[in-house]
Ligand binder design. Structure first.
Ligand code: PQQ
Length: 532
């Protein structure tokens, strides 16, 4: 099905009963398709949004999908309006405005409907937005609480004595005392990624993005709690534990990638785990109840900005990446132009989610294999204007013979790659693992691929009409299994094609890095469904 919108199609369709809900990038159309009637359109919702939001979206006009609960479809639009639609009719039940695009606050993420709440994040780390998550009442849309990523304790919803970081209380003013002056007010740490929840623990999990600006010399300190995995109480928003992966970021390694929850045995004991493939190139395994750090290993051997994450709890460096001075972009408060940094700012992996198979106990991870040169420069803050302060160039990692991505299988307990499939471009699509031992992903050239979960051997490929940056999904109807995928090249990697840019430094360096993509695909916006 052609969806009538070009540019990047992230996320996936959602199937509830006999209806498939499909979303598009800006203007964020939602279609309800009748699966019992050959996909006939039951209803279509097209919000009216001010197109002035487009220039304040950093990385294409993407949207990562709608969510469903209690008979409602939840759409979080680019302009930050959260809308609850009647799933049967498409009528608006309630709507609420979560942010202000005139200050650079936008949205690309889906929401987390959980218990009686809808939890929503915010984008705008490239505009000096101070990130937050907000819970709205699922029935009425009324705001229940908001937790900022940085700021006073009452803003970030911590208890200084009981909220922990690596097992220690965070103490008072933890969201301001690693910032100089009022910089935390424009401190970034936006929340544009994926949300997971453990209902038994009454916790939800997500990560915060880069501190603002990208010029680290302008924000001395660890910049807490940017770049942090957060575990918060669903009812109150109070934080139980934090783990900051990249203190004082110098590379734009946003910590927002998905948190995958699994129950696995470690040394014979069943643990509740959280596995996270960070932009910074480390794959982290934590105990999701306590926040204990169990594993932190590189999931692309080319990662060079840090040698390791210190795992000894008695060290004053515990949990901290050991930064290699050559790849720093700041020395003693001064800007430093740095070359050959791996990974590039879009990370060893960006927002495209990995998948876990409880059968193989492996994680299937779409990755980038890209490095960068980074030139920070002084930038001043004006509300609604870009607040980036760095010029970037991106290129394939040196050992890769031109390949810019790999699709890997990862053992989250050993901290090791089990197998790796080289790809010409970054794998910008979300993976799907099935109980049939088949794993799916899409490529930027537009292939949907099926591989063997144990060996990575390719079983099937199909070229869809445009590059794939959506997430492969599956559903069952009348005893038959189906696979669905959105095509439509774009996102940060495809921003050159999506926004028609040609200057190599444009798109924060991605235009040059992915210039060859135009030899393989063109803009699109389609849904393709396969029957097994
Ligand atoms: N969005 C993409 C994408 O959809 O391909 C990639 C990125 C974003 C990034 O790599 C970002 O750093 C990023 N940062 C923010 C932010 O800091 O608020 C927002 C977004 C976004 O909303 O898409 C991205």
């Amino acid at each position: 099905m052609d969806l009538g919108v070009l540019r990047g199609h992230e996320g996936s369709p959602l199937v509830i009963g006999d209806t498939m809900y499909v979303h598009t990038p800006f203007p964020n159309i939602v279609y309800a398709l009748d699966l019992a009637n050959d996909g006939k359109i039951k209803w279509k919702y097209e919000p009216k949004q001010d197109p002035n939001v487009i220039p304040v979206m950093c990385c294409d006009t993407v949207n990562r999908g709608v969510a469903y609960a209690e008979g409602k479809i939840f759409l979080h639009q680019a302009d930050t309006k959260v809308v609850a639609l009647d799933a049967e009719t498409g009528e608006v039940v309630w709507e609420v405005v979560n942010g202000d695009p005139s200050k650079g606050e936008t949205n690309t993420a889906t929401v987390l409907p959980i218990k009686d709440k809808v939890i929503a994040g915010i984008s705008g780390g490239e505009f000096g937005v101070r990130g937050s998550v907000t819970a709205y009442n699922m029935e009425t849309g009324e705001q229940e609480w908001r937790a900022y990523s940085m700021g006073p304790d009452s803003d970030i919803l911590v208890d200084p004595a009981t909220t922990t970081h690596l097992g220690e209380p965070v103490g008072e003013n933890s969201g301001t005392n690693t910032w100089e002056g009022d910089q935390w007010m424009i401190g970034g740490g936006t929340t544009w990624g994926w949300y997971s929840a453990d209902l038994d623990e009454n916790l939800f999990y997500y990560g915060t993005g880069n501190p603002s600006t990208w010029n680290p010399a302008q924000r001395p300190g660890d910049n807490r709690w940017s770049m942090t995995v957060m575990a918060r109480d669903i009812d109150t928003g109070m934080a139980k534990w934090f783990y900051q992966m990249t203190p004082h970021d110098e590379w734009d390694y946003d910590g927002i990638n998905e948190m995958i929850l699994s129950e696995q045995a470690i040394d014979g004991t069943e643990r509740k785990l959280l596995t996270h493939f960070d932009r910074n190139g480390f794959g982290y395994t934590l105990d999701r109840v306590t926040g204990e750090l169990l594993v932190a290993e590189k999931y692309d051997p080319v990662v060079n900005w840090a040698t390791e994450v210190v795992m000894d709890p008695s060290s004053d460096q515990y949990g901290r990446p050991q930064v290699v001075a050559q790849y720093s972009t700041e020395q003693n408060g001064e800007d430093v132009n740095s070359t050959g940094i791996c990974p590039a700012a879009l990370g060893s992996k960006d927002q495209q989610p990995a998948a876990y198979s409880p059968d193989t106990q492996l994680f299937y991870v779409p990755t980038n294999h890209v490095c960068m040169d980074y030139e920070p420069f002084q930038v001043s803050y004006t509300a609604g204007q870009p607040y980036v302060g760095a010029t970037l160039a991106m290129y394939p990692a040196p050992d890769s013979h031109g390949g810019m991505g790999n699709f890997i299988a990862w053992d989250n307990i050993a901290g090791e790659i089990k197998w790796s499939i080289p790809e010409q471009f970054s794998v910008w699509s979300g993976a799907l693992a099935t109980a049939g031992g088949v794993v799916f992903y899409g490529t930027l050239e537009g292939y949907l691929k099926a591989v063997d979960a144990e060996t990575g051997e390719e079983l099937y490929r199909f070229k869809t009409p445009s590059g794939i940056i959506g997430n492969v999904m599956t559903y069952e109807r009348d005893g038959e299994q189906y696979i669905g995928i959105l095509s439509g090249v774009g996102g940060w990697a495809g921003i050159g094609l999506a926004a028609g840019l040609t200057n190599p430094n444009d798109g924060l360096g991605a235009v040059g890095g992915y210039a060859a993509l135009s030899d393989y695909t063109a803009l699109g916006g389609q849904l393709t469904v396969f029957k097994l």
